[in-house]
Design a protein around this ligand. Structure first.
Ligand SMILES: Nc1nc2c(c(=O)[nH]1)N[C@H]1C(S)=C(S)[C@@H](COP(=O)(O)OP(=O)(O)OC[C@H]3O[C@@H](n4cnc5c(=O)[nH]c(N)nc54)[C@H](O)[C@@H]3O)O[C@H]1N2
Ligand SMILES: Nc1nc2c(c(=O)[nH]1)N[C@H]1C(S)=C(S)[C@@H](COP(=O)(O)OP(=O)(O)OC[C@H]3O[C@@H](n4cnc5c(=O)[nH]c(N)nc54)[C@H](O)[C@@H]3O)O[C@H]1N2
Ligand code: SF4
Ligand SMILES: [Mo]
Length: 695
């Protein structure tokens, strides 16, 4: 056994797409089986705490439905009929299809499509090396982080923030637009510590009384897509009552008379009419923030999944800046540390072979791309072949009807490398069985904390499962793709990526299983200046110059407000579509993952629609009745759950349930839109106007 063994418990990392990126203690039993999975208490952010679904990981890794051999489609597309074939034949067929597409339509007709089903850098990002070496179409990844990161970095200039462990030293923790009880349990763990130890107040801002809102001391219940109004009014009160930190503003921000003038009309009464939070609650929150120096804003992804989400993120972020909270330990803001690690990715991603002239296709617009929309294809060739790893677009991508239609195209050859027969795999021509994290070596960085972590191979994979790295390298050999990275092992990659970045080495990270990269206090708190060239925080962002990867301006960016404000571009309710639907994550699933494990399915039951009892009564709908939810994009049936923790006119469908869990076999994303939100794309998963009637 390797160096970090502690009796039979070995250190690993949760690979799932979750900001907590927990350090794990995995019980390795004899043979290739695992037993208990616990949070590692030696890693101080995880601090021994993990979510229930990963504690039950034996259910997932030893699941009887795991894919074990390559499968070739043997019936019509989408029929789910496959026959087993050997790896050599499978790889030959994939390579033939990719080479034929390249020959007949050019290299850009092949589209490698991936996402963060594993967050391991070698397994997730190795697909870029193949695409760069082959000049295949790239993917502009808009599905998750784009709106949120853009809004945050518009203010700070850098995707970084205060060490989240400092929450334990805060006097007020504001959990805004994230539901950590469901989506990143460690945030609650650290926030509750502060409440117990120093009486810190926990404030939550959300659109329904989810478990995080229930555990908060103050719960601000906003209407979807109106956080900009709430934030502007909070700042109005802070200024009016002299609670802004004028010295801090002068030194560290672009604070201006125009901004003061702008906020003068953003009164609590003005905001209350837009966001639904009573003016007195807005005043009280503003005073609490303004009078508490150690005020920590934990800003989530959820509230950015609106068409005005980038503006709302920036608006919420502006509050701790206005009060100068960044100056204090336990004060400031945190959204993601993904911009802090600086890992050297040249070998993993093949960045030296990158050609900026090759087109990028928008991840969210996969439906439009696959159905031949010329704008989505940017005037280039159709997509004729795909390799898909770590994502399940036939369930999770917006505008699902179009996505499924695209995958049904007879002239598309799709290869899906998966652990389970997902909706996307069932639509494929070729399905390849993938390893799970304990079956391969990889390196992870915590988006929600400060650690680099090693997830070593602990058990042998079942059947004929192969890792993403093995598949990418085997395809590269058949496709004539050349790069030194194809000849390196995952352990070589990890060592190279760490050493080149001056982040230690494989040997070093193997000792404890993780390296804490926490930056000095002054840097994390931006006390040596913010990330913009002049070192100043922007209350007045330059939306087109946010220093993040971009594929050009998109959506209604011309009309974005100058200062934090309510930007009225959400899918407003109308007479025909009178309800606003959000599709918030359920606790026991992780996106489309864990929908296969019995423990998670049992806990979540089936797909429901939370609806206010008075709204239900007006529709003649009782508890458990099926309702038909529809808009121009699609329709779906859900069981009504009467719930008075939403505002009237707002409905919530927690998910993501498998498509097959719904009557009719289509999932919730038939209702969500794939239009590009400003200023640079992103999906507004929680911003949907819908009609509801009794089914
Ligand atoms: N159990 C579980 N954990 C997960 C996931 C999962 O699916 N299930 N997904 C993982 C992934 S990929 C991600 S990106 C993260 C996301 O995790 P979060 O950052 O928590 O984001 P969401 O879960 O999308 O939404 C959080 C909350 O925002 C609320 N919300 C929606 N619209 C608005 C709004 O306009 N204003 C406000 N104030 N709130 C709004 C939602 O109702 C929800 O309660 O979680 C990760 N962790
Ligand atoms: N309605 C609605 N839709 C949403 C959201 C929402 O809030 N509401 N959230 C959106 C967000 S934030 C995100 S990030 C997306 C995520 O959606 P997906 O990308 O689908 O996310 P996951 O379920 O995390 O992972 C997908 C697949 O990766 C596979 N996988 C895991 N590890 C490996 C591996 O090592 N190799 C291979 N080959 N496969 C592996 C898993 O088996 C799983 O089927 O969903 C989005 N869709
Ligand atoms: S899903 Fe998130 S909270 Fe659960 S173990 Fe993984 S990283 Fe931790
Ligand atoms: Mo995500």
């Amino acid at each position: 056994m390797n160096a970090h063994s502690r009796s039979r418990f070995l250190t690993s990392v949760c690979p799932h797409d979750c900001p907590s990126a927990c350090s794990l203690d995995v019980e390795v039993l004899s043979g290739n089986r695992i037993g208990k999975v616990r949070g590692n208490s030696a890693q101080s952010y995880t601090d021994g705490v993990i979510c229930a679904k990963v504690a039950r990981y034996a259910e997932r890794i030893h699941h009887p439905d795991r894919l074990l051999t390559p499968l070739l489609r043997s019936g019509p597309k989408g029929s789910g009929q496959f026959r087993e074939i050997g790896w050599d034949e499978a790889l030959d067929r994939a390579a033939e299809a990719f080479l034929a597409a390249e020959r007949d339509f050019g290299a850009e007709s092949v589209w490698p499509y991936y996402y963060a089903g594993t967050m391991g850098l070698v397994m997730r990002d190795g697909i870029h090396r193949l695409r760069h070496a082959k000049r295949y179409s790239g993917m502009y990844d808009t599905i998750c982080t784009n709106l949120a990161w853009t809004g945050y970095v518009a203010g700070t200039g850098r995707l970084a923030g205060v060490d989240p462990r400092e929450m334990a030293k805060s006097d007020c923790i504001v959990i805004w637009g994230t539901n950590p009880v469901n989506t990143q349990v460690n945030v609650m763990h650290h926030a509750v510590k502060a409440r117990k130890a120093r009486g810190a107040k926990i404030v939550a801002v959300d659109i329904y009384l989810n478990e995080t809102m229930r555990q908060a001391d103050i719960a601000l219940l906003v209407k979807p897509g109106t956080d900009g109004a709430l934030a502007a009014a909070i700042m109005h009160v802070i200024l009016r009552e002299g609670l802004a930190d004028r010295d801090y503003l002068a030194e560290f921000t672009d604070f201006s008379d125009e901004f003061v003038e702008h906020l003068a009309t953003r009164t609590p009464e003005w905001a209350a009419a837009i966001c639904g939070v009573p003016a007195e609650e807005i005043e009280a929150a503003a005073r609490l923030f303004g009078q508490t120096k150690r005020c920590f804003f934990r800003l989530g992804y959820g509230f950015s999944r609106q068409r005005n989400g980038a503006v709302n993120m920036h608006a919420a972020l502006s509050i701790p800046t206005l009060i100068g909270a960044w100056k204090y330990e336990g004060g400031g803001a945190f959204h993601s540390n993904s911009g802090t690690y600086g890992i050297a990715k040249k070998m993993i991603e093949g960045l030296d072979a990158y050609d900026p002239k090759v087109r990028l296709l928008d991840q969210c617009r996969i439906g439009a791309v696959l159905t031949g929309d010329p704008a989505a294809l940017k005037g280039g060739p159709p997509v004729k072949a795909m390799l898909i790893q770590n994502t399940n677009p036939a369930s999770v991508a917006p505008d699902q009807n179009l996505v499924v239609k695209g995958f049904m195209r007879e002239d598309l050859f799709s290869v899906v490398h998966e652990q389970f027969m997902t909706e996307t795999a069932a639509l494929a021509d070729l399905v390849l069985p993938a390893t799970m994290f304990m079956e391969h070596d990889d390196l992870y960085q915590g988006g929600g904390h400060t650690h680099l972590m090693l997830g070593p191979k602990l058990v042998e994979p079942p059947g004929e499962c192969r890792s993403n790295h093995e598949v990418i390298c085997a395809l590269a050999a058949r496709l004539g793709a050349e790069h030194p990275g194809f000849a390196m092992s995952p352990r070589d990659h990890i060592d190279w990526a760490l050493r080149q970045a001056n982040r230690g080495s494989l040997e070093e990270i193997e000792r404890e299983g993780f390296i804490d990269t926490d930056p000095p206090f002054e840097r994390a708190h931006f006390l040596k200046g913010f990330g913009h060239r002049d070192g100043k925080f922007r209350f007045q962002p330059d939306w087109l110059k946010v220093p993040l990867k971009s594929d050009g301006p998109m959506g209604a960016w011309e009309t974005m407000p100058r200062f934090p404000d309510h930007w009225d571009v959400i899918e407003a309710a109308t007479e025909a579509l009178p309800f606003r639907l959000a599709t918030s994550p359920a606790r026991s699933f992780l996106n489309s993952s864990f929908t296969e494990t019995p423990g998670s399915m049992k806990r979540e039951g089936g797909p429901t629609l939370m609806i206010h009892p008075q709204d239900a009564a007006e529709l003649g709908v009782g508890e458990g009745d099926f309702v038909r939810v529809s808009n121009a994009r699609g329709e779906i049936e859900l069981a009504a759950r009467l719930f008075d923790g939403v505002r009237r006119g707002v409905v919530i469908a927690e998910g993501i349930f498998p498509n097959r869990s719904h009557r009719g076999g289509q999932g919730i994303n038939v209702l969500t839109g794939a239009d590009q939100a400003a200023p640079r794309g992103g999906a507004a998963f929680h911003d949907n106007a819908v009609a509801i009637r009794k089914a």
